[in-house]
Design a protein around this ligand. Structure first.
Ligand code: ZN
Length: 338
């Protein structure tokens, strides 16, 4: 089981408990309570100790393992390092805390971009949207995945005709992605997820995982994944009113999410003429620069956007990413399928 969480100095009660949870090696300074299918970890010393005492009392002094207890984040009194409302952030951990983490804890690298997003949206769109997907996703994970800081520099050379775009060359970017995981492999971490929020990063992130796998080909315990958040769920299942059936660029979907997240940054999207994604030379993949396909930088139908659609999109994608990470957490460390 992939339990990996740490907190501030634990009370003797919590330590005693964590050492005796069904004999599992979970001697962590958090507060572990098992629900039907997983352990919940209380993020604060005080709150966790109170819940444990109550659980012991209610069970007549017996172990509270098996009790279903709710994690009430709103009542958290003192967040532990790296924890923000269920969000385990690498940036807030000390190296000594990282060193105590379970090596089965998924490490998530959110990768996005700074690039033009049509005449109506800011260049930080992809990073803002992925950041929100990560924030929402982390709420349901209760600290069981560790999130690296979002990498805003992406592979955006196809957008360089539009000022404001910042791009790493494809090979530079590929090396960078490799190095993200390479920073953790020597310390024993083995479950890596590149969580992508930008189309130009798809191929490099897939290539990075491919190269890492070949480099460590004798290892059978490595899990190397790349996924774009918009592929984790189908918004059209949740709301049939979408005009688009897939992600485009500065489009109905992205504009909707920005209207939900940062409406003050969205320009007059209602007058922006739609640009069809087109068929190109499908099924062949035709290489392109943005001016090949659009004069103003967007592809899709921004005028069909709404904040309500944006909320629906965020919900579908956050749930989809969370479901994937649950599979990563539940992986037995050996099987191909999960
Ligand atoms: Zn975008």
């Amino acid at each position: 089981m992939g339990i990996g969480i740490l907190g501030r100095a634990a009370s003797p009660l919590a330590l005693f408990f964590s050492q005796t949870v069904e004999g599992l090696p979970v001697c962590l300074s958090g507060y572990l309570l098992k629900s039907r299918s997983r352990f919940l970890v209380y993020p604060s010393a005080k709150r966790g100790a109170e819940e444990l005492k109550r659980a012991y009392k209610n069970r007549g002094g017996q172990s509270p393992v098996g009790l279903v207890l709710k994690l009430d984040e709103s009542s958290v009194d003192r967040p532990m390092g790296g924890w923000k409302g269920g969000f385990m952030q690498l940036t807030e951990l000390k190296w000594t805390e990282v060193s105590k983490l379970s090596r089965d804890m998924p490490l998530v690298f959110p990768i996005a971009a700074v690039e033009q997003h049509g005449p109506h949206m800011p260049v930080f769109t992809d990073s803002l949207l992925l950041g929100e997907v990560v924030r929402r996703t982390s709420q349901s994970l209760h600290g069981r995945a560790l999130f690296a800081p979002l990498l805003w520099l992406g592979n955006s050379h196809h957008h360089l005709d539009f000022p404001g775009t910042i791009s790493a060359s494809p090979r530079t970017y590929l090396d960078t992605l490799n190095d993200l995981a390479e920073s953790f492999v020597p310390h024993g971490f083995r479950r890596f997820v590149y969580l992508n929020g930008h189309g130009g990063n798809i191929v490099p992130s897939q290539q990075a995982t491919f190269e890492l796998r070949q480099k460590y080909r004798s290892r059978s315990d490595l899990l190397l994944l790349s996924v774009s958040y918009w592929n984790t769920g189908n918004p059209n299942d949740a709301d049939a009113s979408f005009r688009q059936t897939e992600m485009a660029h500065a489009c109905e979907w992205e504009t909707s999410m920005m209207l939900r997240l940062r409406p003050e940054l969205v320009g007059d999207y209602a007058v922006v003429a739609g640009v069809d994604s087109g068929r190109g030379f499908a099924p062949a993949n035709r290489a392109w620069t943005t001016p090949d396909r659009t004069a103003f930088g967007h592809i899709g139908y921004p005028s069909a956007a709404s904040a309500e659609k944006g909320e629906a999109l965020f919900r579908v994608f956050a749930a989809g990413v969370a479901a994937l990470l649950e599979r990563v957490i539940a992986w037995d460390g050996k099987e191909w399928d999960a």
